[in-house]
Design a protein around this ligand. Structure first.
Ligand code: SF4
Length: 255
């Protein structure tokens, strides 16, 4: 099967465990203000690549992928879900660890036909790295153009399917770093049984250069980059909420 690929990173170290072969797919329905890959947004750019070609390319770098595997990122990879499912199915047959890096935005808990496809994908996915960009729907709309409900529904769906979950959250000063939002994030994620990690990513402006090249206005030009002490503060708030949520869940089970 063919997919529309934006680019390949053959030695990725930040998109899942170990050293990984990262496939960035073309096309995204969101417009995150802090996106550093606006060149992935449009649907009709990129290069057509088949799953066989990608796996052959993976094999050429095989000696480097100890403890790694394949990650599919984007853009939004769920917009090419059939392609990702086939790639991961073939990867699994070869014993390759599979990781999906997604916003979860295309999930719809009321669409049973679509949910079947999501089930097929989770069966061949070892790990999902799910971006929760904001817990508040209005703020999520301001930040990305879409509401957050599908993302949270997708997290619960994954949890029910037994798939390992890493939550990723970009800390943007003045946008996603207030105590209430971080506490809500910790409370929600603390209730996920299959949560393996929470990654806090500091907002930076390295993507601005792409906006300049594409002749686009950079949406967060007045926002400062996130500093290490802010990450520490946010992590403490989130972990406190996670601990509380876990304790509450344990108490519920005891009753
Ligand atoms: S989901 Fe990812 S690729 Fe899409 S706009 Fe947001 S940050 Fe960019």
């Amino acid at each position: 099967m063919d997919g529309m690929v934006h680019s390949i990173e053959t030695m990725g170290t930040v998109d899942g465990p170990g050293i990984r072969f990262v496939v960035f797919l073309q096309g995204c329905p969101l417009r995150c203000r802090y996106c550093h890959n606006p060149d992935t947004w449009v649907w009709d750019a990129g290069t057509v690549r088949s799953t066989d070609e990608l796996l052959a390319q993976y094999n050429r770098y095989l000696p480097y992928f100890r403890n790694g595997g394949i990650t599919v990122s984007g853009g939004e990879p769920l917009c090419q879900m059939e392609f990702v499912t086939e790639l991961f199915t073939e990867a699994r047959k070869r014993g390759i660890h599979t990781c999906l890096d997604t916003s979860g935005i295309t999930f719809d808990k009321n669409d049973e036909a679509k949910k079947k496809n999501f089930y097929s994908l989770t069966k061949v996915t070892d790990l999902v790295m799910l971006d929760i960009k904001h817990m508040d729907s209005e703020q999520h709309i301001k930040l990305t153009g879409s509401s957050v409900e599908n993302v949270l529904d997708f997290a619960l769906f994954l949890d029910g399917s037994g798939t390992e979950i890493w939550i990723r959250h970009v800390l943007v000063p003045g946008w996603t770093d207030d105590r209430e939002s971080l506490t809500r994030l910790g409370t929600f994620t603390g209730r996920l049984k299959n949560l393996k990690a929470i990654d806090l990513l500091p907002y930076h402006k390295m993507g601005k250069i792409k906006y300049d090249k594409l002749n686009m206005t950079y949406p967060l030009s007045g926002v400062p980059e996130c500093q290490p002490e802010e990450i520490k503060r946010a992590r403490n708030i989130i972990l406190e909420a996670v601990r509380k949520a876990r304790l509450e869940e344990e108490n519920k089970c005891r009753k």
